[in-house]
Design a binder for this molecule. Structure first.
Ligand SMILES: *Cc1c(COP(=O)(O)O)cnc(C)c1O
Length: 367
């Protein structure tokens, strides 16, 4: 059997005729930048998050960049974030001239540990940037409480958590501004790069809308300097079709997670821990094992696309060596990087495939 980590073809195949019709329509109109399709998707996605505004962007990374700019984060500022994430989270902080301050994670959920935030706050701290890693919300209640106490902004990196919720509230509506990625492999994926930020804040909405389109207020009037961070029309139209299926797909992901949980009950691997107050969107199904690399190779040899997210915590990335973090400084994040293993999970995955993967893991431990 061959079971890749993601199989986008299986998700897209049933919608092919819808996509074809839509692409014909967009080509017919030949209106490839901005327009009603972008407005419509922004409206639908922000409604999905129960947020007032949605601003489409060229990627999740550009949504993060715009959000930090909109929160006035700049040179000399500090932003508290997690090291257990994709580099884009911290890159966005660095690109506006601020300094990412990495703090350790909760080893059960792999999310930022809110108990460590207060001691990392200095007079330079301007914001907290939690990531809802793997699809489970960070402890937003605790994070927002601290932010309120110290007048800090909160920016959610929700790139992996479309549709996840926290105490019944969808991620995206839990902070000043939240950023989503529509990279093809994400829970809602475009046919290329795309992203969005959602917010309830009028000023953030206005600033980011203008900045993503060269600071334009009218066609040839540039009120301020901005850049090109736009979401293009074709991607918006495709995402709008796929958004209708997102809840159903998330349900399927949860069913697969439940199946893994049952089948791996008696195997010595750490299964995902989900807080009672969280609804997990299962972008990734991540188990925790001591002989991680051995198990990964064992599964890869059997055609199973097990993979690691992420093998090097950000504070130890070569690009961040100037920040001066040493090994053993963020112990839980460093340990997690050695022990996490992502198993295939996607809508359209069959029960016999989950069975095959679970049996292979059992076999590894019986050897
Ligand atoms: C994918 C991802 C991003 C970046 O999104 P792009 O659309 O690829 O720019 C940022 N943060 C996290 C946690 C991600 O998983």
């Amino acid at each position: 059997m061959k079971i890749p980590l993601f199989d986008l073809r299986r998700m897209n195949q049933p919608l092919l005729s819808e996509f074809r019709e839509l692409i014909d329509h967009v080509v017919e109109n030949s209106d490839f930048i901005s327009g009603p399709a972008v407005d419509k998707f922004e409206k639908n996605f922000s409604n999905f998050c129960n947020a007032k505004f949605g601003v489409g962007t060229s990627s999740g990374t550009s949504a993060l960049h715009l959000s930090l700019l909109a929160c006035n984060i700049t040179c000399g500022d500090e932003v508290i974030t997690t090291p257990h994430t994709f580099i884009a989270t911290a890159e966005a902080i660095s690109i506006v001239g601020a300094r990412p301050v990495f703090i350790d994670i909760d080893p059960k959920t792999y999310n930022i540990n809110p108990q460590l935030i207060e001691s990392a706050i200095t007079e330079k701290t301007k914001a907290i940037l939690p990531v809802h890693i793997y699809g489970q919300a960070a402890d937003m209640n605790a994070i927002n409480e601290i932010a309120k106490k110290y007048s800090l902004k909160v920016i959610e990196d929700a790139a992996q958590a479309h549709g996840a919720s926290h105490y019944g509230i969808r991620v995206g509506g839990l902070s000043d501004v939240a950023c989503f990625s529509f990279y093809p492999g994400k829970n809602l994926g475009a046919f290329g790069d795309a992203g969005i930020l959602v917010t309830n804040n009028d000023n953030i909405n206005r600033f980011t809308r203008e900045f993503r389109d060269h600071g334009r207020s009218e066609k040839y009037i540039h009120k301020s300097l901005g850049f090109n961070h736009r979401l293009d029309t074709l991607q918006a139209a495709i995402l709008d079709i796929k958004l209708e299926y997102l809840e159903e797909w998330t349900k399927k992901r949860k069913e697969i997670a439940r199946a893994y949980e049952e089948l791996l009950q008696n195997v010595p691997v750490g299964l995902p821990f989900v807080h009672k107050y969280n609804d997990h969107a299962y972008h990734l199904y991540v188990i925790r094992v001591k002989q991680r690399d051995k198990l990964k190779n064992f599964l890869n040899e059997r055609g199973i696309g097990a993979s690691v997210h992420y093998p090097i915590p950000l504070h130890l990335q070569p690009a961040y060596k100037d920040l001066g973090y040493k090994e053993n400084s963020l112990i839980e994040a460093e340990l997690a990087a050695k022990e996490v293993l992502s198993l295939p999970i996607y809508p359209g995955m069959r029960l016999d495939e989950i069975d095959y993967i679970s049996k292979a893991i059992q076999e590894f431990y019986c050897k």
